[in-house]
Design a protein around this ligand. Structure first.
Ligand code: ASP
Length: 445
């Protein structure tokens, strides 16, 4: 039977069924342990598969991208432009977050009673403590440590750790530049090897994505049974609403950028990107979503590999518009709830540190909350106890907000890759829509 439902619809159906199933299971005594033991592992396997191919894909696609460049100066242009636009979109995101939270003032509605109750509920919560400890470790690093961290001393160690994406990118760029500098007949076998590898890994993404509708079912059912009681969620509604509003404004902002600078229809853009966005939402990890983002942006949106192979992996690591917007809202929300007055200068500090924090946040679930600690510390008006209480306050809604901000992070990366491609005449007509989303197109006839 031919099954031609578009991939994003299949994923959406899987998500809806996962939420309904998870919700029904919370009504039974055995539901949660059943999902944790028998359903969750399928979601974990899927995320592992995506992470498994992330590094081979970055290596193959970036090397192919660089080796296709005829001259290195073009690479400097791609790098320079993408980093500038990344910084620009992040500053816009933080500013939107700050305007929204100052205007709506969600923290004013939080009573001291709620604060005490939430603090008692989560006192000594090991997850919150872990985030505080990780943040303290990060603060202790020096100003140039990020550069030092980018240069690996051992390639295989860097390749073996998904957290060292920038180290891998550094090595591949270095290797690729050297490759361009030697005679072509010598570099050809290596280039051919990585060309082939690139196609194979992209096909692996297609194959893995066939399981996406089932995996999102498992992942969302797990999120639902593990989530907090709805009573707490309701109390934090104004705060979550502010973050959500800001994130939605970012989608409007990206749509305007796409329409104005690439002359493409933003709805078409969002539809092509939808499977990556839905996956970002379900996995809460830009890094795990990266292979799918690359596949969608190259094959379905038409961004040339020369651009996407650099802009997307770098973006997944350093560009987190959703995360920085969330950090701005959360920092001011905590200040409002704990009656800490923030001056304009404090808010400027938030812009600067949230920008740095978005660069420093790992592209994994919950990383944004760790870096929030650094933003709060930089403001200099919160005692360590207040920071702990602040995290406690927003902890209950962190997962759903993480899902949404990760979606924005991925959309931001894709938008920037389109803008950079357009500015360099590297935005092509994509291949036919959905050509590889169905099993009959993937397997041999
Ligand atoms: N989960 C986010 C991401 O992977 C980071 C965060 O905001 O926690 O993009």
């Amino acid at each position: 039977m031919k099954n031609k439902l578009p991939l994003h619809l299949k994923i959406l159906i899987g998500m809806l069924l996962g939420v309904v199933f998870g919700f029904l299971m919370t009504k039974t005594l055995w539901g949660k342990p059943f999902i944790i033991s028998w359903i969750k592992p399928w979601g974990t396997i899927f995320v592992n598969l995506l992470k498994l191919i992330a590094i081979p894909l970055i290596v193959a696609s970036l090397l192919k991208g660089i080796s296709d460049l005829k001259d290195i100066s073009k690479f400097a242009k791609i790098g320079g432009r993408s980093i500038l636009i990344y910084i620009g979109t992040t500053v816009v995101a933080i500013t939107i977050g700050l305007l929204a939270v100052n205007f709506i003032k969600p923290g004013k509605g939080i009573s001291d009673e709620t604060i005490t109750q939430l603090t008692e509920t989560y006192a000594g919560n090991s997850n919150i403590e872990k985030k505080l400890t990780t943040a303290h470790q990060q603060v202790e690093s020096g100003p140039l440590d990020f550069l030092v961290d980018m240069v690996p001393s051992n390639l295989f160690k860097a390749l073996s750790d998904n957290g060292s994406m920038l180290q891998v990118i550094f090595f591949v760029i270095f290797f690729g530049i050297a490759m361009l500098l030697i005679p072509e007949e010598k570099s050809k076998p290596i280039k051919d090897f990585f060309d082939g590898l690139n196609d194979i890994v992209l096909k692996m993404v297609d194959l893995i994505m066939l399981g996406a509708p089932f995996a999102v079912f498992a992942l969302l059912a797990t999120v639902v049974v593990s989530s907090e009681s709805s009573e707490i969620l309701v109390r934090l509604l104004a705060y979550s609403g502010t973050v959500v509003l800001g994130l939605m404004l970012m989608i409007v902002f990206y749509s305007i950028l796409v329409a104005v600078f690439t002359k493409k229809n933003p709805f078409w853009f969002l539809k092509q990107l939808a499977p990556a966005q839905l996956l970002a939402f379900t996995t809460s990890s830009s890094a795990a979503t990266l292979p799918v983002t690359i596949e969608r942006v190259e094959e379905h949106i038409g961004v040339d590999k020369e651009v996407s192979s650099f802009v997307l992996p770098v973006g997944a690591t350093i560009n987190m518009d959703g995360t920085s917007l969330y950090q701005a809202v959360a920092a001011v929300f905590i200040a409002q709830a704990l009656h800490v007055d923030l001056t304009l200068l404090d808010q400027m500090t938030i812009i600067l540190t949230a920008l740095m924090a978005s660069i420093g946040s790992a592209a994994v679930p919950g990383a944004g909350m760790v870096m929030l600690v650094i933003v709060l510390q930089a403001v200099g008006k919160f005692t360590p106890e207040q920071i702990a209480i602040g995290l406690t306050l927003i902890f209950a809604v962190d997962r759903p907000l993480d899902m949404l901000r990760t979606t924005i992070n991925v959309t931001g990366d894709a938008t920037v890759s389109m803008l950079v491609a357009k500015s360099l005449n590297k935005l092509h007509k994509p291949k036919p829509v959905n050509w590889d989303d169905n099993i009959d197109n993937i397997l041999p006839k």
